[in-house]
Design a protein around this ligand. Sequence first.
Ligand SMILES: NC(=O)c1ccc[n+]([C@@H]2O[C@H](COP(=O)([O-])OP(=O)(O)OC[C@H]3O[C@@H](n4cnc5c(N)ncnc54)[C@H](OP(=O)(O)O)[C@@H]3O)[C@@H](O)[C@H]2O)c1
Length: 329
Amino acid sequence: MSYTPSTQRYDAMEYRRCGNRGLRLPAVSLGLWHNFGGVDPLENCRAILRLAFDSGITHFDLANNYGPPPGSAEENFGRILHEDFHGYRDQLIISTKAGYTMWEGPYGDWGSKKYLVSSLDQSLKRMGLDYVDIFYHHRPDPDTPLEETMAALDLIVRQGKALYVGLSNYKNEEAAKAIALLRQMGTPCLIHQPKYSMFERWVEGGLLDLLEKEGVGCIPFSPLAQGLLTDKYLKGIPQDSRAAKPSGFLKESQITDEKLSQVKQLNELAIKREQTLAQMALAWILRDKRITSVLIGASKPEQITDSLQSFRNTWFSTEELAAIDKILR
Ligand SMILES: NC(=O)c1ccc[n+]([C@@H]2O[C@H](COP(=O)([O-])OP(=O)(O)OC[C@H]3O[C@@H](n4cnc5c(N)ncnc54)[C@H](OP(=O)(O)O)[C@@H]3O)[C@@H](O)[C@H]2O)c1
């Protein structure tokens, strides 16, 4: 069935400025790491993307290796983009990345100029795009000079293949160096994409301060700890969950009794706040104004509807914050 986006799609979403830059992103963005590969039903991918866009989610995040198989999420996204979102390219912020293993040989991984430029060319072809809005270096490369990797990002922007560049998984010191190099080159870093959730709080140890000081945005990934920070695992492992899927990155071994006990207590707190645990976990991140957007995943359209309620209440009392810290300790 043909698709016409909702005319109300911009009414309810909050859009936050990316650091000190002109670009604004939705408070909730959608990533296509899981559930959009060649192994996943295309019609479900389409339903999720349509609902997301109808709800004001304008930002979709990909990477060269998303699938499985690697590259298939970009292919599926490109197909749906051209079939459903034709005419809406200027209302979308599409990102992709390179930095993990993508093809065999010495040029298909890490951070050389050869890899990054070739990989983005392949991504653009898979998605049928002339340019992406944001291109990320996916992870730091200990063996390539940072100058070369940042020069590759600068080149890509000058070639018109990306409008902005970002860093992902860079720790404080290497992020500071990369941000300084990009600024010197005249292609300032737009955004950093770190892992951040109630269960993974390393960014609180300096990265958020650095990004604020440098005017760089922050878009945390896996804010629901891949689904652990929801009520879904409280009664066992559902068959259709990420932990039960062979291609899922969340392993049963990560769902420990200790984690489940914390999730149970957090869930009780969420109920008192009249939120689902997913909503509270996202609101807890979004309460910090240095966060531009939370980058969620979804296996069903209903999860987006649920998670989108998160920014309706991002206020936490001192007692609630202390109770959360105590549970997580
Ligand atoms: N830069 C990087 O290195 C990096 C690494 C990882 C991810 N990312 C990006 O971050 C995005 C999000 O990562 P993620 O998928 O791990 O995020 P997440 O939001 O922590 O987890 C998403 C999963 O949680 C479950 N879920 C989501 N909303 C729910 C709700 N309201 N109620 C119940 N369950 C819910 C679903 O799992 P089920 O499948 O079990 O239903 C969904 O697939 C990725 O797509 C990717 O774009 C980047």
